[in-house]
Design a protein. Structure first.
Length: 211
């Protein structure tokens, strides 16, 4: 994906799971590659300020705080309340009451951060990357759901990796959750976490951003 200074979005590459956002026709199904950047016309009229590419899905955020998603819908990663593929950008209706300021696309999950510092997550959560906890924890969420553990912590930035998630508080504290293999959550072990936990090793620092 590419985002121009004018807020136009371009995509190219493999699009067999509708992740390029150009709509679907029988001809497009058989020619699922774009070898050069092509503008996503479904976003015409929207001034897009951020884009995110997951494995086979994508997100876009407009200057009005509206979130769009498209591509593979498995595990609800598009946030539309179902698991169907979506071939062109579609507004996530479940976030219509929220003014979103930041988005993040993981491998099979998605995050959104509102202007008041609230984090929402959806998609695949088998390794805890959605941050909702529970016993048994939900394997997926097909619509945005508030990450309740962070409810008392105003968040300023979010990031989504392969199967883990990060959040940065306005005070500079880092939280991580999800797949803990190889120590990627930063808690000194290889354990998975299904709710956010502050990274203690960074507690003495005021962190500026996360990725």
């Amino acid at each position: 994906l590419a985002l121009s200074a004018e807020g136009q979005v371009f995509s190219w590459g493999q699009g067999d799971m509708r992740q390029l956002g150009h709509g679907w026709t029988p001809e497009a199904h058989h020619a699922s590659f774009e070898h050069t950047p092509r503008r996503i016309t479904a976003l015409q009229g929207e001034r897009v300020i951020a884009v995110e590419a997951g494995f086979i899905h994508a997100l876009a955020l407009s200057d009005a705080g509206v979130v769009f998603s498209w591509g593979a819908g498995g595990d609800g990663r598009l946030g539309h309340g179902h698991a169907r593929h979506v071939s062109a950008p579609k507004r996530i209706a479940y976030l219509k009451e929220q003014r979103v300021r930041s988005i993040a696309a993981g491998y099979e999950s998605s995050l959104a951060l509102t202007h008041d510092g609230t984090v929402f997550s959806w998609g695949r959560g088998a390794l805890g990357q959605l941050g909702h906890g529970g016993n048994p924890k939900p394997s997926s969420e097909n619509r945005p759901r508030k990450v309740e553990v962070l409810g008392a912590v105003p968040i300023s930035a979010i990031a989504a990796g392969n199967k883990r998630s990060l959040a940065l508080s306005r005070g500079g504290a880092v939280y991580s959750w999800g797949d803990g293999s190889d120590g990627q959550l930063g808690h000194g072990d290889d354990l998975n976490l299904d709710t956010p936990r502050q990274v203690a090793a960074l507690a003495h620092l005021e962190v500026a951003t996360v990725a």
